[in-house]
Design a protein around this ligand. Structure first.
Ligand SMILES: N[C@@H](CC(=O)c1ccccc1NC=O)C(=O)O
Length: 309
C-alpha cells in the first residue's frame, strides 16, 4: 500500500529525473541554506533552535533515565563508541516490541545520551526503546556508521530473539542510517532481524548534494562514497525486497523543512513504492525539522500515535 497525501504543485510524474535534479542548478550558498535545517525553523532563530534542541534532549533523557528501568551503555560491539541504552516498559516480557532510534546531527553531532525523546510514551505502552550511539565524524566514516547501526540491530535481535517486532526510527542523519538498513545483507550476520517497520523523520536519502555543501563535504570524499551510502540511489539501481512483506515504511517531513528536504523525502517514498515496499508519506503540518522529533515526547502527537499503531 502506498499512501501519499497529495499537495498542489507536487511533481507526481513518478520517475526520479536525476539528471534534472533541482539541486544541480543551485549555488553553493543556496545548497548550504537548503541543507541547514536550523535556518528553516519558523518559531525560533537558528541558534536558539539548536540550543532548544539540546536542552529538550537533555531534559527528556534525564526524565527517561529517572524511571530506573533502563540498561545504559550496553556494548553492542567492541569499539568504545558502540554502546546502546535500553529503556524497558514496566511489564517486561519475552515478546516485547522494540523501537530502535538513531539520532541526527548531520553525522557529526548528537548523542544517544540526549536523544530519549520517545521513551516515556512508548514504554508506557509496553514497547522497549533502544537508543543507539554510533561513531560520528570525524572519528567515524559513513561506512563505519552504517556498519555500527547494522550491528546494533543484530545485537537487539540476538539478545531478544522472541521480540514481537523491531521498528527502526531515525531523525535527519539518523533517518538516513535507518534507511540504509533497507539495503542490509543480514545473511553475513547469522541472523535476520524481525524488522516490522521504519519511521523516517526528515531524512536525507541522496547524499550527492551534501558533497557540495561546506559543512558536510568532508564526510564524503568521493562520488562513490556518496552513492554507496545513498539509499535512494541504491534502491533505484538495485532494488531490494523486504524479508517480511508486511514491513511498513513511513516517510515523514515537516511542513517547514526546506524544499530540498521535501524533495528528498518525496523521491525516496516514490522509489520505495516503485520497488514494491509498503510505504506511506506524510508531510507534518506546521512542524519544523526539530519539532517533528521533539513532539514524540507527547502522547497525543500524530506521529506518537502512528508509533503506537
Ligand atoms: N548544522 C545543522 C544542524 C543539523 O542539521 C542537525 C542538528 C541536530 C539534529 C539533526 C540535524 N540535522 C540532521 O541530522 C543546521 O544548521 O541545522
Amino acid at each position: 500500500m502506498c499512501v501519499w497525501w497529495y499537495k498542489a504543485g507536487m511533481d507526481v510524474s513518478g520517475g526520479n529525473h536525476r539528471h534534472e535534479a533541482p539541486w544541480k542548478r543551485m549555488s553553493k550558498e543556496e545548497l548550504d541554506n537548503q541543507y541547514s535545517p536550523s535556518r528553516w525553523v519558523v518559531r525560533l532563530g537558528a541558534e536558539e533552535a539548536m540550543r532548544t534542541y539540546s536542552q529538550i534532549g537533555n531534559e527528556v533523557s534525564k526524565r527517561a533515565r529517572a524511571t530506573g528501568r533502563s540498561l545504559l551503555n550496553v556494548p553492542y560491539g567492541d569499539g568504545d563508541g558502540e554502546k546502546l541504552d535500553i529503556y524497558l516498559p514496566e511489564a517486561v516480557s519475552e515478546a516485547m516490541p522494540f523501537l530502535v532510534f538513531f539520532h541526527g546531527g548531520y553525522w557529526q553531532s548528537g548523542s544517544k545520551d540526549t536523544s530519549a525523546f520517545m521513551v516515556n510514551p512508548l514504554t508506557a505502552q509496553g514497547v522497549a526503546v533502544v537508543i543507539v550511539a554510533y561513531d560520528i565524524a570525524p572519528k567515524g566514516t559513513l561506512d563505519q556508521m552504517v556498519d555500527q547501526v547494522t550491528q546494533s540491530i543484530v545485537f537487539v535481535q540476538k539478545q531478544y530473539p522472541g521480540n514481537q517486532g523491531i521498528y527502526l526510527c531515525g531523525h535527519s542523519a539518523g533517518a538516513h542510517l535507518a534507511a540504509m538498513m533497507l539495503l542490509a545483507d543480514w545473511t553475513k550476520h547469522g541472523v535476520t532481524p524481525n524488522l516490522k517497520g521504519f519511521f523516517l523523520l526528515s531524512g536525507v536519502y541522496d547524499l550527492e548534494p551534501i558533497m557540495h555543501t561546506s559543512e558536510n563535504a568532508p564526510l564524503l570524499p568521493a562520488l562513490e562514497d556518496a552513492q554507496r551510502n545513498s539509499p535512494l540511489w541504491q534502491l533505484e539501481t538495485a532494488p531490494t525486497r523486504p524479508a517480511d512483506p508486511a514491513c511498513r515504511i513511513l516517510v515523514t517531513v515537516g511542513q517547514h523543512d526546506s524544499p530540498e528536504f521535501h524533495r528528498q523525502s518525496r523521491e525516496f517514498y516514490q522509489t520505495l513504492c516503485q520497488g514494491g515496499w509498503k510505504a506511506s508519506f506524510e508531510e507534518l503540518h506546521d512542524m519544523d525539522h526539530f519539532e517533528i522529533l521533539w513532539n514524540l515526547t507527547q502522547e497525543d502527537y500524530v506521529l506518537t500515535q502512528s508509533l503506537f499503531k
